[in-house]
Design a protein around this ligand. Structure first.
Ligand SMILES: C[S@@+](CC[C@H](N)C(=O)[O-])C[C@H]1O[C@@H](n2cnc3c(N)ncnc32)[C@H](O)[C@@H]1O
Length: 203
């Protein structure tokens, strides 16, 4: 079953999978032409009117998203979380984050401040309980804060994700992208598997 496209398994399997992948993760994603971090930052740049002070990057991986984010918002303080210890070790060495939490995004982080932006890039696939996730993100965000995330179009359809978004009472939907290539140079994904990038604003 272990396949990025079809699913890796339970939380522990996912953690092990990313632990094992961690040292070559950046290189592989570069080869697969992974553009979601840059595309997501471009969306934030277009829609956010005030400079964000604090961002919480859920499922932060090695920090590919904050790398791009800090090029636009160099003064923003970045915190991150992930379930893979080895991935977090790499993030720590890269030195872009203030605090790094080893935590599933479905469990509450004891935060020290509210955030202007929460991000979840390339990881909604692993969410088992969307209600819990959105509730936590709402708790982390300051009023008028933004949640930016990506989600695979095939899973979106399967999960009837439109209905999940419509039921959100804490957020307004600001932008939903057209389907975009996700990992075009990965043979399992090619141009078959697309993502949408979504920007929500907390009420
Ligand atoms: C495709 S990577 C994306 C990483 C990073 N956001 C990026 O854009 O490069 C998916 C990440 O999600 C993490 N992850 C998977 N399930 C998770 C969960 N339940 N809670 C927190 N992190 C999770 C993995 O360890 C991995 O680092």
């Amino acid at each position: 079953m272990k396949s990025l496209r079809k699913g890796i398994g339970n939380k522990k399997d996912v953690e092990n999978y990313y632990d094992n992948w961690s040292s070559s993760y950046d290189e592989t994603l570069y080869k697969w032409n992974y553009k979601a971090p840059l595309q997501s930052v471009n969306i934030l740049k277009k829609y956010i009117k005030t400079k964000p002070k604090f961002i919480l990057d859920l499922a932060c991986g090695t920090g590919l998203f904050v790398d791009k984010f800090l090029q636009v918002y160099p003064d923003c303080i970045c915190d991150g979380s992930d379930i893979s210890r080895k991935i977090l070790d790499i993030s720590k060495r890269n030195g872009k984050y203030r605090y790094l939490y080893k935590k599933s995004f479905e469990n509450k982080i004891q935060i020290l401040n509210k955030y202007s932006v929460v991000s979840l890039i390339g990881a909604m696939t692993y969410c088992r309980n969307h209600q819990t996730l959105f509730k936590l993100v709402s708790y982390y965000l300051a009023k008028n804060g933004y949640f930016i995330f990506t989600h695979r179009v095939d899973l979106w359809k399967e999960l009837k994700f439109d209905n999940i978004l419509e039921k959100l009472t804490d957020f307004n939907s600001i932008y939903i992208s057209r389907p975009l290539n996700y990992l075009p140079n990965n043979k399992d994904f090619g141009s078959d598997i697309k993502i949408r990038i979504v920007l929500l604003k907390k009420k």
